[in-house]
Design a protein around this ligand. Structure first.
Ligand code: DGY
Length: 332
């Protein structure tokens, strides 16, 4: 029997990635094969079987890590490497209790997610979904008699409110500054010294909602901010406001968002993240012309995904060797 450490990957790594070579060099690698099963995401019962006896677990969203999975893996499990910066799919307290270090992928995806957030903000403000639907549906031209046909909102001269001015929030703010926005507000648990780089003004959540033309959620998920964007929050926003979610679906009460959009309480929303993912194609949010939904494309560039794959491999290998991880999640 091989004495090499065993690692289980819930998703293939592109073979050209350095991380793939490194893992293959020193581990027995088992990879979930979505082609074989026809499911993109490993079914839970198969996952529970596949992880039995592994020394390292290398996972991609939306695989959930909890006590059941850790029990299924067994006490020899030395490290978890998640190919994400978001961590709400992992029970970190349970990992800490078992002394299992968790590695993640901050920084390497910041630019990709910030760019995707700008793209979603522009697409939502300028009504790209309705425009594309009009082209495909043969309505293009029929309504040009109105000079306000498919008119949207300007970013320039607007007040932008960023909820969570962390790495990604700052990346979004820097890019939006180039659009000539009038003010950049932000809120969060504390003011941030780096806000000076974007002339950011620290305000309360309520003030941000009331004053912003664009409300952009870039925060990480905590037990306190589930459904932070609820009926009350949408009620405080301007009727002309645009809401963008680049964080996680759990931040939003989607029923309240539906009502806010359908009743014209806010102008439009752009969501890169939803609950659940994938959002069922018959979900009522998708019926709204003023709701643009992207399939969680934040980090979806080849460069970012390769860098995430490599960093996750290095996290896993360091954990297997009992060394400090290159990008450890601070244990709680
Ligand atoms: C992450 O890594 O958490 C991002 O949501 C991926 O796009």
């Amino acid at each position: 029997m091989s004495t090499r450490p065993r690692i289980y990957l819930t998703q293939k790594i592109p073979e050209e990635c350095e991380g793939w070579r490194l893992l293959r060099e020193s581990c027995d690698v088992k990879v979930y094969d979505e082609i074989e099963t026809g499911h993109m995401i490993v079914p839970r019962d198969q996952l529970l079987r596949d992880v039995r006896g592994v020394d390292a677990l290398y996972l991609a969203l939306p695989v959930q890590v909890d006590a059941e999975l850790l029990d299924a893996a067994g006490p020899q499990l030395k490290v978890i490497a998640t190919k994400s910066v978001g961590l709400n799919h992992i029970d970190l307290a349970e990992c800490a209790r078992r002394n299992i270090p968790v590695g993640y992928t901050p920084d390497v995806l910041t630019d990709a997610v910030a760019e995707a957030t700008i793209a979603l903000t522009l697409a939502t403000a300028r009504r790209h979904k309705e425009g594309i639907q009009a082209v495909h549906g043969g309505q293009w031209g029929k309504t040009w008699e109105s000079s306000l046909y498919l008119c949207g909102k300007d970013i320039c001269n607007s007040v932008v409110g960023i909820v969570g001015l962390g790495r990604i929030g700052l990346g979004v703010a820097k890019r939006l500054r180039a659009f000539g926005i009038s003010r950049l507000l932000y809120c969060g648990r504390a003011s941030k010294p780096h806000a000076a780089e974007v002339n950011g003004e620290y305000v309360s959540f309520d003030e941000l909602l009331k004053m912003s033309d664009f409300v952009i959620a870039c925060c990480s998920i905590t037990p306190e901010n589930h459904h932070l964007f609820n009926a009350d929050a949408f009620g405080k926003m301007k009727k002309s406001a645009i809401f963008i979610n680049a964080s996680r679906g759990i931040l939003v009460d989607q029923d309240a968002l539906y009502v806010a959009l359908a009743s014209g309480q806010i102008f439009a929303a752009g969501l890169d993240v939803t609950t659940p993912e994938p959002l069922p194609p018959d979900h009522r949010l998708l019926t709204l012309p003023n709701c643009t939904v992207h399939p969680h494309l934040g980090s979806a560039t080849v460069t970012a995904r390769h860098a995430m794959a490599d960093l996750s491999a290095r996290n896993a290998l360091a954990g297997l060797r009992g060394e400090p991880l290159p990008a450890p999640v601070p244990l709680i």
